[in-house]
Design a binder for this molecule. Structure first.
Ligand SMILES: *Cc1c(COP(=O)(O)O)cnc(C)c1O
Length: 230
């Protein structure tokens, strides 16, 4: 199959999965994770209809963003403070924020540029994945970010344990429930400027599990960009 055929098959499957659980066909955005491919494959993906791309290294995000600034670039990698200057302003959405000090640095960089940076908070699955914030610390993080004028939290992100679809589905369900409880907790405190609409969850192996649980974004690398992924 060509890249176009792989992407079209996934896009159709995602739309069908939305419909099957009573959601609008365009409720889930497919992000093509281009971290392992070069500019030519990105170009091919754009021609095939991909307009959201995910990168996990700041310099690579900067390079590809600057080659295709009209596309939407998502930062999905571990954050290191001194590389945030390459990401803020270029990324339409930073999916992987999990430290208050990084939020403060994003605030300063975004203020300098006169923009508001959209972010997601990455939440730990509570099992083997070590990155992300423990669920118990999430409310404090949201309260911290709500006070920052140039950082806007749009939702939550997580990664499921690999290889077990039941556990993946349970992880995604927990993230959706956590979002609902955080919404209630924020409302109780009179905080209106944090909407938490987005749930970034699901990758090549487990996006089928994520959509019924309420994913609004799936991050798909190999199933789009690899010829050998089956
Ligand atoms: C690499 C990566 C993906 C895509 O993984 P695939 O299994 O290739 O679909 C998604 N999310 C994050 C955070 C990644 O690092």
């Amino acid at each position: 199959m060509t890249l176009r055929e792989r992407y079209e098959a996934i896009a159709a499957e995602v739309a069908d999965a939305c419909e099957a659980c009573g959601r609008p066909r365009d409720a889930v955005r497919v992000i093509g994770v281009s971290k392992t491919v070069d500019i030519d494959a990105v170009e091919e993906a754009i021609a095939a209809g991909v307009h959201d791309f995910g990168e996990n290294r700041p310099a690579e995000l900067a390079r590809k963003h600057d080659a295709f600034p009209q596309e939407r670039w998502h930062f999905i990698g571990n954050i290191q403070s001194r590389q945030l200057n390459m990401v803020v302003g270029r990324a339409c959405l930073i999916h992987s924020l999990c430290q208050e000090s990084h939020a403060d640095r994003i605030e300063r960089l975004a203020a300098e540029q006169g923009i508001v940076q959209d972010v997601l908070i990455e939440v730990n699955d509570g099992e083997e994945n070590k990155q992300g914030l423990p669920a118990d610390d999430l409310l404090d993080m949201l309260l911290h970010c709500a006070a920052l004028e140039h950082v806007r939290v749009r939702g939550l992100m997580t990664m499921a344990p690999q290889g077990d679809m039941d556990r993946a589905a349970a992880t995604f369900k927990r993230l959706a429930e956590l979002r609902d409880s955080m919404r209630a907790a924020l409302r109780e405190r009179g905080i209106e400027n944090v909407d938490l609409h987005e749930l970034s969850m699901g990758m090549s192996d487990d996006y089928r599990e994520a959509i019924p649980q309420g994913a609004t974004m799936v991050r798909i690398g190999r199933a789009i960009f690899s010829e050998n992924y089956a």
